[in-house]
Design a protein around this ligand. Structure first.
Ligand code: F0G
Length: 456
């Protein structure tokens, strides 16, 4: 059997991408205030800003679009999606939202109050922001190994059980629920083991706290469990997913990831204790309970996508893609979060720019350099995203300076990855010319999306 793992699909519809010159890219980046979020997508060659909502839908999903029932209330498409999700999660209640952060907003504003605390392995930026917006303290309790980029551990997304128990003992009265994110996006797309999910669930139960999972990338997490955790080699992905969900009381999902759609999200709840409050908030901000923030056709495409996302051949190729780029980075001496995650590779900017002071935002600067060198757009996960500009004018910084290259699903082929590795090698070779930045304008929340910068 040949060793090369091929893309397990063929291409039916193509979308051209365009190479620009270096001079053009310098001008375009400066016009974008040195913030790649402000670039036009058509000026990007490999758009690895995010794996969220950017993937290719299958022919079966496009066919399902035509079956969308656009009735305001009680649409057939809702019940089709509900059946799929009940089967995978074992939970009774589906609350569709237009994307993940809407699910977060609806759930948190219905259930949390000022002064609460919510632990997670690592909160994603919108999760943290939605909690903080409701006056809730968002705590990251990932295991210590999860914060060391070069350290190899099979489940770096695991939550530190001792820290969780400590928090439950001391601050339990402030905790409306506990969370875990699969895979741990902020910590490198790293998986959480079944044993850890089971233990977190048991611990929360012991203290009478509900367990909510952020399940954007549940299928990728299940594939890691199958590959790395004793006792799961012979289980199907769906069986593993069903077990993962069996430990939770509810979940939020951005379906733009493992739901294989361009837009969508939902909340699932096992019982009805929060259902009225959640649905009231849904009606206020999203829509009627059987469509939430989505069209009937979106619900149909998602019902198909959730099942396709659990396909084992696809998941093997998916995880192998990131691993393949990781092997190339290893060969050129660029550090990255190891082992590679499910949906992305996270470059460790400190290994390319060891001498750049953190005040010049090394990961942001590396991100800009990748665009200038080869038209590649990644995203900074460092001190611009997670640092804060305090009211007294001082700054806080993030513990890691990472650039995430996140891969849209079923979109790019092996030669795109070979090209990217060459670009990254060139960036490393010319690292002494990379310039840092300073922020000249920023909003209070989620500043990375819209901040403006100048060369430092
Ligand atoms: N939770 C996690 C773990 C996420 O990765 C995201 C989105 C969300 C929640 C919010 O979902 O975007 O549909 O509102 N992550 C994207 C990313 C944006 O690029 O990682 P959303």
């Amino acid at each position: 059997m040949p060793k090369t793992m091929i893309e397990p699909f063929r291409i039916k519809s193509v979308e051209p991408i365009r190479m620009t010159t270096r001079e053009e890219r310098v001008r375009l980046l400066e016009e974008a205030k040195l913030n790649v979020f402000k670039l036009r997508a058509e000026d990007v060659l490999l758009d690895w800003l995010t794996d969220s909502g950017t993937g290719a839908m299958s022919s079966a999903q496009w066919a399902a679009i035509m079956l969308g029932d656009e009735s305001y209330a009680g649409a057939r498409s809702f019940f089709r999606l509900e059946a799929v999700l009940k089967d995978i999660t074992g939970m009774a209640h589906l609350v569709p939202t237009h994307q993940g952060r809407a699910a977060e907003k609806v759930l948190f504003s219905a259930v949390c109050k000022q002064g609460d605390v919510v632990p997670n392995n690592c909160h994603f930026d919108t999760t943290r922001a939605n909690l903080e917006f409701n006056g809730v303290e968002a705590l990251d309790l990932v295991i210590a190994e999860g914060l060391q980029p070069s350290l190899i551990h099979p489940f770096k997304g695991n939550l530190d059980l001792e820290k969780l128990e400590d928090l439950l003992k001391k601050e339990g009265h402030r905790m409306p629920f506990g969370m875990i994110t699969v895979t741990n996006n902020t910590g490198g797309g790293q998986p959480v083991s079944m044993a850890n999910i089971r233990a977190v669930s048991a611990l929360l139960k012991k203290y009478g706290k509900p367990f909510i999972m952020d399940v954007c990338r549940f299928s990728e997490n299940a594939m890691f469990i199958k590959l790395r955790e004793e006792g799961y080699q012979h289980k199907t992905i769906k069986e593993i997913c069903q077990e993962m969900f069996s430990y939770a009381d509810g979940c939020t999902m951005s379906a733009k990831k493992d739901g294989m759609v361009n837009m969508g999200g939902f909340i699932m709840l096992r019982d009805d204790r929060w259902l009225d409050a959640v649905r009231n908030m849904l009606i206020l901000t999203e829509g009627f309970p059987t469509y939430g923030g989505l069209a009937g056709r979106d619900l149909e495409a998602l019902a198909v996508g959730l099942v396709e996302g659990m396909d084992e051949d696809y998941l093997r190729y998916r995880l192998r893609t990131a691993e393949y780029l990781g092997e190339k980075l290893e060969a050129i001496g660029v550090g990255f979060v190891k082992p590679t995650g499910g949906h992305a590779v996270y470059l460790d900017a400190k290994t390319v720019l060891p001498d750049m002071p953190v005040e010049h935002y090394p990961a942001w600067s590396l991100c800009n350099a990748l665009y200038l060198e080869g038209g590649i757009r990644g995203v900074e996960i460092g001190s611009v995203m997670f640092g804060k500009h305090l009211d007294d004018g001082t700054e806080t910084y993030h513990s890691m300076e990472l650039v995430r290259l996140a891969f849209p699903r079923r979109m790019y082929t092996q030669s795109h990855f070979d090209f990217a590795a060459e670009v990254i090698a060139d960036v490393k070779a010319n690292a002494r010319h990379i310039r840092g930045v300073k922020i000249t304008k920023q909003p209070k929340y989620l500043r990375h999306f819209t901040c403006e910068c100048e060369w430092a």
